[in-house]
Design a protein around this ligand. Structure first.
Ligand SMILES: *Cc1c(COP(=O)(O)O)cnc(C)c1O
Length: 355
């Protein structure tokens, strides 16, 4: 493994004095990780002061969106230890996205080592407030200086970090979700399972329309039949229907969330019946009529568990659990954040202590 060089900043920034005003992804730590790909190989892994990149206007990712990213967090535990949550899963998924976007694969072990070094160096930036964390954004961009529409021959792999506030400053509050029936996010055979910026660019219009109507997120349906439920903006979704917990199966159009995977594993471990299968809005409406639609929640690194209190599909509005948080949603939130913040033992071996 190539040595990771470190160049520390000589002008450290002032850390935010009031952690309640952090928001999300607006300020960045003192250092970042950078590695280059030229002449057919990755080289020069290094930690350097955070700062602007030197790119030309013809830089390929700016024109043809050849880019991938990840989202993960470092948590300061109640025991003072700083933990990552399943980081190897993020780097494995980054390589799966790389493969789909024709980006050369990275050394996952080197990436995890680089991240642990970076978090260690900037550890004072990991927030102390309960629920707040250091958001971590690894990403790779095609940087060849050329306009031909082909696979870039040069790349940069970068990791930046941003202290971010608790997603639920006011407690675990249910959100209202809008089922999108006109626009689609992804199709099987497309890039839906890859974490790439283009998927987000394609989803902004529907997101804006939903927001205008007072809905915080869009629930996507499959791109062919507009029938099967896929996922929400940046979260996977789960439904509690009677005694079955259902989440859409991974068919290539859905992002395979690490929180999704963890939720399935926790639920199965606890003896719940979990099904990964096709599910339609019709089925939800029927279950609701029978009084069996008990809970709906989204899963993702940012919110961990996001309870849903209302679903709007066309003219039909489905209230869920009287707009309150369900028992299973609350239990999963407490269990997963409990492991992340060192409040309960990590019986799954998912957390990695950095320092
Ligand atoms: C990142 C992301 C998720 C959630 O994945 P996690 O690994 O749980 O954070 C879900 N859907 C989309 C589209 C995403 O980009």
């Amino acid at each position: 493994m190539e040595e990771i060089k470190v160049q520390l900043t000589t002008t450290p920034k002032q850390k935010p004095a009031d952690e309640s005003k952090l928001g999300f992804g607006k300020i960045f730590t003192d250092h970042m990780f950078v590695m280059d790909y030229t002449d057919g190989h990755w080289h020069d892994p290094r930690i350097v002061p955070y700062g602007p990149l030197d790119l030309t206007p013809a830089c390929m990712c700016l024109h043809y969106s050849q880019e991938v990213f990840e989202g993960m967090k470092a948590y300061r535990g109640v025991d003072g230890k700083i933990r990552l949550f399943r980081p190897e899963q993020n780097f494995a998924r980054l390589n799966s996205s790389n493969d789909r976007l024709s980006i050369p694969l990275i050394d996952e072990e080197l990436a995890e080592k680089a991240l642990e070094m970076l978090v260690d160096i900037d550890s004072d930036w990991v927030p102390h407030t309960d629920g707040a964390s250091l958001y971590i954004r690894p990403f790779i961009i095609g940087t060849e200086d050329a306009l031909g529409a082909h696979t870039s021959t040069e790349y940069k792999f970068i990791i930046i970090m941003s202290p971010s506030g608790s997603y639920y400053a006011g407690g675990l509050a249910p959100v209202k979700i809008y089922v999108e029936t006109k626009y689609v996010r992804a199709v099987i055979g497309g890039t839906g399972y890859a974490k790439t910026g283009g998927n987000y660019a394609a989803s902004l219009k529907a997101q804006d329309i939903a927001a205008e109507q007072g809905y915080s997120q869009v629930l996507w349906l499959d791109g062919v039949e507009r029938k099967y439920i896929e996922e929400v903006g940046a979260m996977n979704v789960f439904f509690v229907l009677g005694d079955e917990i259902v989440t859409p199966m991974l068919r290539g159009s859905i992002l395979p969330g690490i929180t999704r995977k963890s939720v399935i594993e926790v639920l199965k471990h606890m003896g719940y019946k979990v099904s990964e299968r096709l599910i339609t809005v019709e089925e939800l409406i029927e279950a609701n009529a029978k009084g069996e639609f008990k809970e709906m929640f989204g899963t993702g690194t940012a919110a961990v568990i996001s309870p849903v209190g209302e679903l709007k599909c066309g003219d039909t509005i489905i209230p869920i659990n009287n707009g309150k948080i369900g028992e299973i949603s609350q239990m999963l939130y407490d269990k997963i954040t409990g492991m992340q913040f060192g409040k309960i033992p990590d019986e799954f071996g998912w957390t990695v202590v950095v320092k």
